[in-house]
Design a protein around this ligand. Structure first.
Ligand code: UTP
Length: 291
């Protein structure tokens, strides 16, 4: 049985929803409190047992590579100042290997995943998107890998979203439900409002068999003029079963502004040192606004 040891993190998008912040800085480097969003994703991959990560980058994304590299000057400075706690935060000490590949043009998520095909070869693999951060007892990706191990099939992570939000996501049309796992009839990318076949939305975590590349190779353009991953998943599902798994955990949408602000506040409230001060500030702010 093949195991899932490699992961792709596509990070070559333009991040237009965060302009002008993302004009010269990758969206993936925007911090939630003090940690860049992409670091949450890398940590989830490591905690899920991934040994090799390939980050698909593009123009203006160098800061991502620098972030996961060692910074000797900074480390030396922190050692001299005996700031060991900070030193632990900046040292890259895990056993995972991080690799990089460039997507020369942002042609869509499906194309970004396709760019990493030679790195993956003939193995099952994971894809994690930085737009979603998940806090869960068992890391979200690990839950999907466990489903892959049982089914030997591709699995996409889903969660329920309200009716008025379905048009923002890839949505699954479920067939048979077994616990949290669904057999799927079809996958639809961003269905028009009122036409979604369910409320189960794809959430940026996937495990794929390598056959997905057969369909990404076709480079077919879909919604928004982009090569869509969801379209390839739909075609794969016609060849071999693709499951949807309603994963456990709290998911934070950091790919758009309001979600990003909410996540920042919630994560700050989980921080022992920030919590009390922030609560007092928020209470004061509410009073001021109500006046
Ligand atoms: P998004 O559409 O959420 O990211 O793509 P974006 O394009 O950067 O953001 P907006 O919509 O302009 O604000 C989901 C993920 O796919 C990656 C993005 O980096 C993001 O992590 N992506 C998207 C690519 O790597 N390449 C692409 O061509 C498109």
């Amino acid at each position: 049985m093949k195991t899932v040891k490699k992961a792709i993190i596509p990070a070559a998008g333009l991040g237009t929803r965060f302009l002008p912040a993302t004009k010269a800085m990758p969206k993936e480097m925007l911090p939630i409190v003090d940690k860049p969003t992409i670091q949450y994703i890398v940590e989830e991959a490591i905690e899920s047992g991934i040994e090799d990560i390939i980050i698909v980058t593009g123009k203006g994304k160098r800061a991502i590579e620098d972030h996961f590299d060692n910074n000797f000057e900074l480390e030396d400075n922190l050692v001299k100042k005996e700031k060991y706690e900070l030193l632990d935060k900046v040292r890259q000490s895990s056993n995972v290997d991080i690799h990089y590949i460039r997507q020369k043009e942002p042609k869509g998520l499906g194309h970004a995943v396709w760019c990493a095909r030679k790195f993956i070869g003939d193995e099952p693999f994971a894809v994690l998107l930085g737009d979603d951060i998940v806090q869960a007892e068992t890391p979200c990706l690990k839950q999907l890998i466990q489903q892959y191990e049982v089914t030997q099939c591709s699995v996409v992570g889903v969660q329920q979203v309200p009716d008025e939000e379905t048009h923002r996501y890839g949505i699954v049309e479920p067939l048979v439900q077994e616990g949290r796992r669904y057999e799927v009839r079809s996958f639809v990318e961003k269905p028009e409002q009122g036409t979604a076949p369910s409320n189960l939305a794809i959430m940026g975590r996937y495990v794929f068999t390598p056959e997905i590349f057969t369909f990404l190779d076709r480079q077919e353009v879909g919604t928004g003029g982009e090569i869509q991953l969801t379209d390839a998943i739909q075609m794969l599902n016609e060849l071999q079963q693709v499951y949807a798994y309603d994963f456990e955990g709290e998911r934070y949408d950091v790919g758009e502004k309001f979600g990003f602000i909410k996540t920042t506040i919630e994560v700050a409230l989980q921080d022992f040192e920030l919590k009390n001060e922030l609560l007092v500030y928020l209470e004061g702010l509410l009073e001021k606004i109500e006046r």
